[in-house]
Design a protein around this ligand. Structure first.
Ligand code: LRH
Ligand code: MN
Ligand code: MN
Length: 392
């Protein structure tokens, strides 16, 4: 089937153009603040992380882009890194800045009371823009770790003004075909206030900046009972949903395999996406993962993750939208709910395996990867893998 196939003959046809971006840091060793468990064959540098990401795409056909984090993925020659990625069948996706590992940023980066430190943080983004231009990336991804720990520590209002000014400088440095993506997070590393704690704050800054500023929704960055699919709908409505950082959470920012604890939430999110046709590439929504694999194997962990996202998307594509609309308009509460649940409860695994086979991909990517011998080969070749960025 191709994407030109009318959707009434194949409701899953849109999957042909649906893709997911994997994070380079998922391939490094990671853990909690208590312990980092190492695995054999862990990449020792950005090149090896890209090679591992290439495996995920080779076995699933779903993950053609890799996001990088600067300076974790700093190399001497980014043009060469991009060409190396291309040789492995993938490209460099969004470029993440890093404002959370420098002593200067103890009181904030883009919001710091000291203008010199703010200028340093802005300059870091200029470097990231250079990396984008060398690699062909179009998305500058900013997660602002700034905030305060104690009431009265700093003026909440002044911090917003400083942030608006810093973001303006960064946005003005972007080119017409580049986007600025602003991620929000309710807590951590600060625990009284965060300077971009929620989608509303991110959206306000994006609206002030201009059309090419968009919000990133990391599924692990909300209060426990937040209705995330509502936020998805609202940001799409405003034309400002730039990207996801998908992961699963039970408690805090757990960064576990997307769709593992609550596959129904992932389906509900993808239902809102499909309802507004935002699963199509033209929508500009970048479906990224932001995960760490602390105790499980990393490449299979990523393979599982991209398959989970595809599965939720397939189920969302199966929703009988005519029947749903009819039930909603008739005020048929249980009927409408039933239409949604019918799609969610459909087992799409066989259908997706058939589609993979038709595309020349393995029916069972996890098994095919396990049988490929790649893991054993890199375990023998790579000695002394690094942490998922924090130790790099
Ligand atoms: C912050 C975050 C952000 C960072 C990543 C490593 O919690 O989600 O996206 O870049 O983790
Ligand atoms: Mn994130
Ligand atoms: Mn996070």
């Amino acid at each position: 089937m191709t994407s030109s196939t009318p959707s009434h003959t194949d409701p899953l046809a849109d999957l042909d153009t649906f893709s997911i971006e994997v994070p380079s840091w998922a391939y490094g060793n990671s853990g909690t603040r208590f312990k980092v468990f190492t695995t054999q064959g862990t990449p020792r540098d950005p090149w090896e992380k890209i090679a591992d990401a290439g495996q995920v795409h080779a076995f699933t056909g779903l993950a053609p882009r890799v996001s990088i984090h600067i300076p974790w993925d700093a190399v001497d020659d980014f043009v060469e890194l991009a060409s190396y990625a291309r040789d492995l069948g993938v490209s460099i996706g969004s470029v993440n800045s890093n404002l959370f590992q420098d002593d200067d940023y103890r009181l904030g980066s883009l919001t710091n009371p000291d203008p010199g430190i703010r200028a340093k943080a802005v300059a870091h983004h200029r470097q990231c823009l250079e990396v984008m231009r060398a690699t062909g990336s179009k998305d500058l991804k900013i997660w602002l770790p700034d905030g305060t720990n104690y009431p009265g520590q700093d003026s909440l209002r002044d911090r917003q003004e400083r942030l608006a000014e810093s973001l303006r400088e960064i946005y003005d440095a972007t080119a017409e075909d580049e986007r600025l993506l602003l991620e929000y997070k309710i807590f951590e590393p600060y625990f009284y206030s965060m300077d971009v704690p929620d989608w509303g704050t991110s959206l306000l800054h994006c609206l002030a900046l201009g059309e090419r500023a968009k919000v990133i929704l990391d599924t692990g960055h909300h209060a426990p009972t937040t209705n995330i699919e509502f936020i998805v709908m609202q940001l799409l409505r405003a034309g400002r949903l730039g990207a996801f950082d998908f992961n699963s959470r039970n408690y805090g920012d757990d960064d576990l395999i997307v769709g593992s604890a609550d596959p129904f939430q992932l389906f509900r999110i993808m239902h809102e996406i499909v309802s507004q046709q935002a699963h199509l590439p033209e929508s500009g929504v970048n479906f990224m993962l932001d995960q760490c694999h602390n105790i499980e194997e990393k490449i299979p962990g990523q393979i599982r993750s991209v398959l989970n996202v595809q599965q939720a998307t397939a189920k969302a594509l199966l929703v009988d939208r005519e029947a749903l609309l009819a039930a909603q308009q008739a005020g048929d509460v249980l009927g409408a709910h039933g239409v949604l649940m019918d799609a969610y409860e459909t087992d799409v695994r066989g259908l997706l395996a058939d589609r993979r086979e038709a595309a020349g991909l393995p029916r069972d990517p996890l098994r095919a990867f396990a049988e490929s011998g790649y893991a054993a080969r890199v375990a023998a070749e790579r000695v002394g893998g690094t942490q998922a960025g924090w130790g790099a």
